[in-house]
Design a protein around this ligand. Sequence first.
Ligand SMILES: C[S@@+](CC[C@H](N)C(=O)[O-])C[C@H]1O[C@@H](n2cnc3c(N)ncnc32)[C@H](O)[C@@H]1O
Length: 281
Amino acid sequence: MSATNPFLDPARQPELYGHASRLVGRSNALMRAKTSGRPVPDTIAELVRDHHERPGRLGLALDLGCGRGTSTLTLARELRPSLVVGLDAAPALLELARRRSRRVPGLPVSFLQGDFHQLPVPAGSCDVIVAAFCLYHSPRPQAVIADIDRVLAPDGLAVLVTKGLDSYREMDQLVAAGGLDARAEQHESLYASAHSGNLARLAATSLDVLAAEDEEHAFTFDGHDHLADYLATSPKYHLSPGLYGNPSAIAAALHTFLPDRPFTTSSLVTFVVARPRGGRP
Ligand SMILES: C[S@@+](CC[C@H](N)C(=O)[O-])C[C@H]1O[C@@H](n2cnc3c(N)ncnc32)[C@H](O)[C@@H]1O
């Protein structure tokens, strides 16, 4: 794995998550384009309902790398555990998550700043732990999973979620063809450290894997302007100065080189459900 992978480079985390705007812009552009694939937070709640021994009587749930709290809020609403704690390293995202939670009074949620390599809860205290789209930010995802094992209750459940290595591959081709980054197809996947192809194996280093599900998510962007909203947030490409973070400059460059038409791409989303070894008989 490359030390320069932007998702693994500590020096680039403030650029990625120091302000909420990049993640919000990226998610909004992607969600506007989505044409198939179940909403991930709802699928996580469903997997907990299907695999936990007592889904109607859950105590503490932890949502690791909760970002702006979308899955935290869904888990609280759908599963009604006694508390869902959203844990994230980025204060700006936690602030946004707290603001969103205030709009839904009465939900049992709280948000905490911390590092998911050292979970700030007692051993055996969690009924549910979710890690969605965040383990690929760790150079040592196995260490995070070992700590998940430590803090799960004996009958607790972990739901880990990630993407396929070649997610949005068509976008790499278009970025190269549009002259934005000639080497776009050669860069390492952002998801190299924890991806659809290795997540179950990583989980099995500490936990018993109960289920692994793959789901293809498809996206159709309206055209260059819509696509540029997403590309402007992607740290993967080596864009010319002035393009990264600048959707109108990216759209202008695409308009110069490529016909403007709807653009379709896809991403594999993988859910791994696991429990502590020797948890249930
Ligand atoms: C792509 S976002 C995913 C957000 C959310 N889980 C979701 O599904 O939308 C990744 C999140 O992981 C967080 N993160 C990255 N490294 C972390 C670490 N070591 N400890 C805690 N959170 C971390 C980032 O701050 C960011 O909010």
